[in-house]
Write a protein that binds this ligand. Structure first.
Ligand code: SF4
Length: 437
């Protein structure tokens, strides 16, 4: 009988892509995808530990699958990813949830096939592998089962060396390791041959990519020279490493999208310093001015945190002021959440009502800005990569502009096509329009 897997993915794009690798490995082990968790023979939790709330939710969801074991005693449950990599967590998971069969750390995905086979054959009732190697070797050739439509995610590097004071990532994903530029180029060429129309380069800090003498800008230039009609995006950048050369390459290469995600985190120099971000507000604003000057229609998005330890009303006002000055097309906003083992978790914390008030104010401000900037598109014709049919409206499709804006539009076209869309109206962050050739 066909064995079925179900993957629960939490967290960032890195994890979404890692789940594609998990699916690839499981398919090679003879599994296919289950429509629901209930009918699965193997349930994977690909976890995130960036916020306390995410972690609590994941623990709750792991506990919930125990009920499926009653009907299916041979059900295999695997917990992988950032949460299981944290110090002491593999023991904690096994103690709290003895029915979990497999626990793997962030760099142990290649062991998943062996773990599944061992558990299936009862060689090991449970398989735990969470080594603490800070710079694990990059394993190429992991099978990938892609589920991201017209876009394909491609890792260019792993890990992070930055140790922002609030962030657990360097502790659970290890130090920076960059992939061989030839492997990246070969992977992208074959993805384009398969018909993918958009490539998103992934890394915790793509700007610090370094393989031999090659830097991030070299990858961009090399990919941009590949023949064919396709787009390139990348995430995430770090303001301390982002540089003029990258802006110049984006400007000169039409297939690199005019869309930059540049996490600012705070508009206050005092908080940026406590966060160990290693740039100032003025330096950030200088980068923005250069982008605006060289690529006027560039969509700039960001990540911003409120309620960082000791953040005063003045610090928060600086953040609001920066948000107004930049005019981000969109922002991922977060309330600071302490992570055990990080420097900021030991600092003086703010009351939750202060954090809540500030995040509401920030979100309201950003929504107003996004709404206002959306109006600028009305009447313009944009090139859109058709990503999917509209989930509710007949003869409607959705896709993205080069600047990263979501557009819903009417007309007849095919998924994966580049089309012209005339924007006729907007609803907050999304644009609406008509097929225009
Ligand atoms: S750059 Fe900072 S926030 Fe981003 S992953 Fe590294 S430590 Fe975390």
């Amino acid at each position: 009988m066909n064995k079925l897997y179900y993957i629960n993915t939490y967290g960032c794009q890195m994890n979404v892509h890692e789940s594609e690798k998990i699916a690839g490995i499981l398919r090679e082990c003879g599994y296919s995808e289950a429509a629901t968790e209930e009918e699965a023979d193997l349930i994977v939790f690909n976890t995130c530990c960036i916020r306390d709330t995410a972690e609590k939710k994941i623990f709750g969801n792991i506990g919930d699958v125990k009920k499926y074991k009653k009907n299916n005693p041979s059900l295999i449950v695997a917990v992988v990813g950032c949460m299981s990599q944290q110090s002491g967590y593999s023991e904690k998971i096994k103690k709290s949830y003895p029915f979990v069969n497999i626990v793997l750390g962030t760099s142990n995905l290649p062991e998943l096939a062996e773990a599944v086979k061992n558990v299936e054959s009862k060689l090991n009732k449970s398989f735990i592998s969470v080594p603490c190697n800070e710079r694990p070797q990059i394993k190429e050739d992991i099978p990938v089962y892609r589920t991201s439509g017209t876009n394909a995610w491609v890792n260019i590097m792993y890990g992070c060396d930055n140790f922002c004071s609030y962030c657990i990532v360097p502790y659970v994903r290890g130090r920076e390791r960059s992939r061989d530029i030839e492997n990246i180029t070969d992977e992208i060429k074959s993805l384009l041959d398969e018909g993918y129309k958009e490539i998103t380069l992934l890394g915790q800090n793509v700007d610090s990519y370094r393989f031999e003498n090659f830097r991030f800008v070299d990858i961009l230039e090399r990919i941009a020279r590949i023949e064919g009609k396709f787009r390139v995006r990348f995430m995430s950048s770090h303001p301390k490493d982002f540089n003029s050369e990258v802006i110049d390459v984006i400007r000169s290469c039409p297939n690199i999208c005019n869309n930059i995600h540049l996490p600012v985190q705070s508009g206050s120099d005092r908080i940026l310093s406590l966060m160990n971000r290693r740039y100032t507000r003025a330096q950030y604003l200088d980068i923005i001015s250069e982008i605006r000057e060289k690529i006027p229609d560039c969509g700039i998005t960001t990540d911003i945190m409120t309620g960082f330890p000791t953040e005063t009303e003045e610090d928060f006002a600086d953040t609001l002021d920066l948000v107004k000055k930049v005019g981000f097309s969109n922002a991922f906003t977060f309330v600071y959440s302490p992570r055990k083992g990080t420097v900021a978790a030991e600092m003086e914390q703010l009351p939750s009502e202060v954090k809540k008030r500030r995040i509401t104010e920030l979100v309201n401000l950003q929504n107003e800005i996004t709404k206002r900037l959306s109006l600028d598109y009305i009447g313009k014709t944009e090139e859109v990569l058709v990503e999917d049919r509209h989930p509710k409206l007949k003869n409607h499709y959705c896709g993205r502009t080069d600047s990263g804006r979501l557009v819903n539009f009417s007309g007849e076209c095919a998924i994966g096509e580049f089309v012209k869309v005339k924007v006729t109206s907007s609803k907050s962050a999304s644009l609406w329009g008509e097929y225009d050739g």
